[in-house]
Design a protein around this ligand. Structure first.
Ligand SMILES: NC(=O)C1=CN([C@@H]2O[C@H](COP(=O)(O)OP(=O)(O)OC[C@H]3O[C@@H](n4cnc5c(N)ncnc54)[C@H](OP(=O)(O)O)[C@@H]3O)[C@@H](O)[C@H]2O)C=CC1
Ligand SMILES: Nc1nc(=O)c2c([nH]1)NC[C@@H]1CN(c3ccc(C(=O)N[C@@H](CCC(=O)O)C(=O)O)cc3)C=[N+]21
Length: 282
């Protein structure tokens, strides 16, 4: 029977450091601030927004939500985003993804100011993640995975790690961050053949696929460390991960739950990034 990797403890530890930094900045007359740009009122955006606002408040970081109409056109959206770029009181910008269909992310990603881009939309920040250049911003969720492993002293050097999922939000960046810690990284996706035979070789398995409880015990090696990034709603309307926790905890040595795992660390990383952005700009 494995042990639980408690995201709430990791989040609280990060929060403490970040709040202290925010207070130092405030003592010097700088008020760190995150501006959230939300288009429409998608439930998953709103649930992340609630968590983020609460976390910023706990860290003494100011916030503003710029709510834009669901049907806003590309030109008006870019104008609004540039206003936030130019707003001297805003240090970090969070843009919810995916954007509605009429907005072209391929264009917009070049508009957000890289030094305020705390969740890694800008190609400048994506490139820094690839290069292992820590001066930019890696996306918050993959960083939360790394912070969780670090807090629990998981040694990644030479470890056989398997990442399940290859999105730009989770799978690809977390693979680069693991590589940066000298892990051996295998990336799996929907076309991977014989998926469970690949994942069951992993010392550390990171899962972000958006498929409720798909990862059952045959995907997991005895004694493996399992990190579940998934946030889904199960048939009873309850939050659940991509990993079947009750099955996999029997085999894993360490495992993150949902809720209370990586998801709870994400907003603390966001706060940490706002402080980093604020220091870069003041
Ligand atoms: N904790 C947090 O703060 C956050 C959590 N999430 C959660 O993480 C999960 C992943 O999100 P995201 O990366 O945005 O999702 P995407 O839908 O963008 O990507 C899913 C990835 O998983 C792969 N995949 C899907 N189904 C399977 C399958 N049956 N077998 C193997 N691979 C599969 C896809 O493969 P292919 O590329 O071949 O299609 C794709 O690479 C979701 O549950 C989401 O809610 C997301 C963001 C933040
Ligand atoms: N640029 C961008 N980055 C994101 O990270 C992003 C996004 N856009 N768009 C929306 C989705 C959705 N998302 C959620 C994260 C946490 C919860 C959530 O429920 N969190 C719980 C904890 C869950 C847990 O403990 O695992 C909480 O904060 O209390 C929900 C949704 C992020 N997203």
């Amino acid at each position: 029977m494995g042990q639980i990797l408690d995201g709430k403890i990791v989040a609280a530890s990060l929060k403490e450091e970040t709040a202290a930094e925010a207070n130092k900045l405030r003592d010097n007359g700088v008020i760190p601030k995150l501006t959230i740009v939300r288009v429409g009122a998608n439930p998953s955006d709103l649930s992340y927004e609630r968590g983020a606002l609460k976390r910023m408040e706990g860290c003494n970081i100011a916030t503003e939500v710029k709510e834009l109409p669901e049907d806003i056109n590309q030109e008006d959206f870019i104008k609004a985003l540039k206003e936030v770029n130019d707003d001297k009181t805003t240090h970090g910008i969070l843009l919810f993804r995916p954007l509605p269909k009429q907005l072209d992310e391929e264009v917009i990603k070049y508009v957000i100011a890289p030094e305020k881009d705390v969740d890694c939309l800008s190609p400048t920040n994506v490139a820094k993640v690839m290069e292992g250049d820590k001066s930019g911003f890696a996306p918050c969720t993959p960083t939360a995975v790394m912070e969780t492993l670090k807090y629990y002293n998981v040694d990644l050097k030479g470890a056989e790690t398997v990442v399940l999922g290859r999105s730009m939000v989770v799978g690809k960046p977390v693979s680069m961050l693991l590589l940066g810690e000298n892990a051996t990284v295998t990336i799996c996706h929907s076309r991977t053949k014989d998926l469970s035979s690949v994942t069951s070789k992993a010392d550390v398995l990171v899962v972000g696929i958006g498929r409720a409880k798909m990862v059952t015990s045959e995907y997991v090696k005895e004694g493996a460390i399992v990190v579940d990034v998934g946030i889904n709603v199960d048939e009873n309307g309850k939050l659940c991960g991509d990993v079947d926790f009750d099955q996999c905890i029997e085999k894993a040595s360490l495992i993150t739950p949902v809720p209370g795992g990586v998801g709870s660390v994400t907003t603390s990383v966001l706060a940490k990034h706002v402080i980093k952005a604020c220091k870069l700009q003041s």
